[in-house]
Design a protein around this ligand. Structure first.
Ligand SMILES: Cc1cc2nc3c(=O)[nH]c(=O)nc-3n(C[C@H](O)[C@H](O)[C@H](O)COP(=O)(O)OP(=O)(O)OC[C@H]3O[C@@H](n4cnc5c(N)ncnc54)[C@H](O)[C@@H]3O)c2cc1C
Length: 370
């Protein structure tokens, strides 16, 4: 029988869940975070931190700790087309610019922060069931994980693109026929220091980023029937040993889910997945986790009826508005490499358009004129 009733139970210890947990706990909410992995753990990600993350990391109080991790400040973004033609965009390498850092280290710093702020963390514990304690009242939730039952007034799904909470509650949209991603780390190839290289290939695309400490992150993205061909290309191109291990995830895109319904909040990828090509998923995860926490604190502690879940829904929509067209554009580019190739050829003649698009993603201050 469950004893303690938590104010907030958060499922998932990625950037969305830990940002939400830290902000809830430091504002006095009894906060429990349940994470199925034991940290540190890697995950399928390009490891690039969009500059928009820094103000949130400042508010979380972890900027110094993140900068103390092995990482690479990124000074150049290079696009390579189908015929090997390339275009380079210099990124501003001032403080507060784009960096790449392994998710194992980054996520561990955020989890530690949530713990220090007072959140209770149950790691190595998978959520397998969740139900409202009553259909009509707002009395809260019962969540089963690791053979125990936990109770909370509010439930936050921060468990990623294949959210178990959304699936258990019948909210997860059916899997679309989408692409597969493979990811691994490898010794940094020559001439790739402080660079992100995005290469369009017939079978999909390949993203490579310097993550510091002489290592690079490599992601391959293709439709399921083409991913093996892309992997074969990468093994040859980068000279991998046969036993190289890869992490994998699918789908890369799916329909969004309404981010809240009364005492349920969805944050990060659980609510809305953004196109990985633009490297903004961590920013949206942190921002929506922080936003949800603000509304949870307002509703549970300040009894502020202007805030709470309807306001979270509105502000969540505002957070994503204005950037989604870039997401669509990036998705079309990676789904149609020949089209992307044409665009790249045009950008070699008129580099300003590509620089402007990149500036929309990483911020004007962080792209130097081409
Ligand atoms: C190929 C690829 C490249 C990408 N590159 C970048 C990039 O360079 N930069 C960028 O900003 N974004 C990138 N992204 C997107 C980014 O990885 C995600 O947007 C981000 O991780 C979302 O954070 P989150 O906290 O919402 O979810 P996640 O980081 O997925 O965290 C979810 C957590 O929930 C836990 N969990 C899941 N189910 C359960 C359960 N049942 N019980 C308990 N715990 C559970 C998981 O173990 C996990 O720790 C990329 C994505 C892909 C696929």
């Amino acid at each position: 029988m469950a004893a303690l009733i938590h104010d907030v139970l958060i499922v998932g210890g990625g950037p969305a869940g830990t940002a939400c947990a830290a902000m809830c706990a430091r504002n006095g909410l009894r906060t429990l975070l349940i994470e199925r992995a034991i940290f540190p753990r890697e995950k399928v990600c390009g490891d690039c931190l969009n500059p928009g993350c820094w103000p949130i990391l400042d508010r979380l109080g972890v900027t110094e700790r993140v900068l103390a991790l092995p990482h690479a400040p990124l000074a150049e973004l290079e696009f390579i087309g189908l015929r090997g033609q390339s275009i380079q965009l210099p990124l501003g390498d001032s403080a507060g610019g784009e960096i790449a850092v392994k998710r194992s280290w980054f996520d561990q710093v955020l989890l530690q922060r949530a713990l220090e702020d007072g959140a209770v963390i149950r790691a190595g514990c998978t959520v397998t069931a969740c139900h409202r304690r009553s259909e009509t009242s707002r009395s809260g939730w019962e969540v089963e994980a690791g053979g125990e039952t936990f109770r909370a007034r509010m439930l936050v799904a921060a468990d990623g693109r294949n959210s178990s909470v959304a699936r258990l509650l019948g909210l997860l949209p059916g899997a679309a026929k989408d692409r597969v991603a493979l990811q691994t780390h490898l010794p940094l190839p020559e001439n790739c220091e402080r660079k992100v290289v995005l290469r369009f290939l017939r079978d999909g695309y390949c993203g490579l980023a310097d993550v510091g400490d002489g290592q690079a992150n490599l992601c391959l993205v293709a439709r399921p029937q083409r991913i093996e061909a892309l992997q074969t290309w990468a093994v040859k191109h980068f000279g991998f040993p046969a036993e190289q291990s890869w992490r994998t995830v699918t789908p890369l895109a799916r329909a969004a889910i309404a981010p809240t319904a009364e005492n349920l909040f969805l944050v990060g990828d659980a609510a809305r997945v953004v196109e990985p090509f633009t490297g903004e998923g961590i920013f949206y995860a942190l921002a929506s986790g922080e936003l949800a926490a603000r509304h949870l604190v307002a509703e549970l502690r300040e009894k502020n009826s202007e805030r709470g879940w309807p306001a979270y829904r509105r502000e969540h929509a505002t957070l994503y508005r204005g950037r989604l067209w870039i997401n669509q554009l990036a998705k079309q580019a990676v789904l149609h490499p020949r089209l992307a190739n044409l665009a790249l050829n045009a950008a070699r003649i008129h580099p300003r358009a590509l620089a402007l698009l990149t500036a929309r993603v990483v911020g004007k201050a962080h792209v130097r004129p081409a």
